[in-house]
Design a protein around this ligand. Structure first.
Ligand code: SF4
Length: 386
């Protein structure tokens, strides 16, 4: 059986990806900001030109699903009116910038993100998945999000760091983008790109060392904090089942304020002092749905070997609190590319169970959906039999 197709690029608005339910049009917001007026318009565009389903991606983007080929040009025109369309697909692919949703006015996070965008044409051409994390809060919150160059608080102040390194270069808000640009050039010069692909962590893992100044300032050892729906200083952090919402939900949420996207498939409603009382939201930190991550699966994804979301919904309340189960429609593992404590990968015969690994890793055992539903404890027991 052939494995999943690895595209080597991320879909965008100008370069949408065909899925089982039509085109997936991924919209890269600026600085992770989704003002209420923009959210209303995106919701309307989703209803007019898509199937009314909107995903939040693991890179903090918004995806409109079910777009038709015929409707795509008008959708792009609508998104262009919102300032969300780049000059071309290469520029769009380069604008892969995640920003901590916990930024505060005047702390420099939005300034750095805006300068990165403004200077993208100064950067060398980088692989389609290459990206930046502007994670400048007191504690890191984007370490679990895919990125190649990170701007974050080091042990002694702001640093720019190559993914995979434990040190970076000391910078200020005003010099961070210069340093990021230098690091991107080093990545290319050091042979980080092969056949149009390549990631910083892989280059570092091969033993390549960045210039000395990127090894001078230690990174912070502060742990990444597991994010749950809750009230935070900047507003209300709300989740959605499998990170997906209906356009009507997004439109209703816009009534509560401007929003910020997160790489945990949640939205932060700016300034909210209470959790929004709306159907379709996950607002409790102990909601069982937070114990499962599931991709689109069959039939909406053409590569899926089985549906996964109904099974995820059914298994969620049977998992112990604090558990994390990733259900993947194939070995590609789109919904959770990094290792998870428990992963079920659909196969032609059922589901492969992987412990502490990714959807592509070697399975501890194989189970059917019926077995999983009848005996969910098979997931968490340590026996490898039969
Ligand atoms: S992991 Fe899921 S969404 Fe990604 S290609 Fe496989 S089936 Fe499709």
């Amino acid at each position: 059986m052939s494995g999943p197709v690895v595209q080597g690029w991320c879909p965008g608005a100008l370069r949408p990806m065909l899925s089982g339910d039509g085109l997936v049009v991924r919209v890269r917001l600026h600085g992770g900001r989704l003002p209420a007026a923009m959210a209303l318009r995106i919701a309307a565009l989703s209803q007019d030109f898509g199937n009314g389903l909107i995903d939040l991606s693991a890179r903090g983007n918004v995806q409109l699903r079910g777009v038709t080929e015929a409707g795509h040009p008008a959708l792009i025109a609508g998104l262009a009116d919102l300032g969300l369309i780049d000059a071309d697909s290469q520029t769009e692919a380069m604008r892969n910038i995640q920003v901590t949703p916990f930024w505060n006015a005047g702390d420099g996070a939005q300034d750095i993100a805006a300068e990165l965008v403004a200077r993208l044409r100064d950067f060398p051409v980088l692989p389609g998945k290459f990206g930046y994390a502007v994670d400048t809060g007191a504690t890191p919150v984007l370490r679990g999000a895919a990125a190649d160059i990170r701007v974050e608080q080091g042990a002694g102040g702001l640093i720019v760091r190559a993914e995979g390194m434990r040190t970076g270069a000391a910078v200020t808000v005003g010099t961070a983008v210069d340093a990021a640009l230098d690091l991107a050039r080093w990545f290319v010069d050091a042979g980080g790109v092969t056949g149009g692909r390549g990631r910083m962590a892989a280059l570092v893992a091969r033993g390549a060392l960045p210039p000395a100044r990127f090894m001078a300032a230690p990174m912070s050892v502060a742990p990444d904090i597991l994010q749950r729906p809750r009230l935070v200083a900047q507003g209300a952090l709300v989740g959605f089942e499998f990170g997906q919402m209906r356009a009507e939900t997004l439109a209703a949420l816009a009534g509560f304020g401007d929003m910020r996207v997160t790489p945990w498939r949640m939205l932060l409603v700016e300034g909210a002092r209470a959790m929004p009382a709306l159907a379709g939201l996950v607002t409790h930190a102990d909601d069982p749905l937070l114990r499962v991550v599931a991709c689109t699966g069959a039939p909406a994804c053409l590569q899926a070997l089985a549906p996964v979301r109904d099974l995820a919904r059914a298994l969620a309340p049977k998992l112990p609190e604090g558990a994390l189960l990733h259900l993947s429609g194939c070995a590609k593992g789109c919904a959770h590319p990094s290792a998870a404590p428990l992963t079920l990968t659909a196969t032609a015969a059922g589901f492969d169970l992987v412990r502490n690994g990714t959807a592509a890793d070697v399975a501890a055992r194989s189970l059917t959906a019926d077995e999983l539903l009848a005996q969910p404890e098979l997931l968490t027991e340590t026996s490898n039999a039969p």
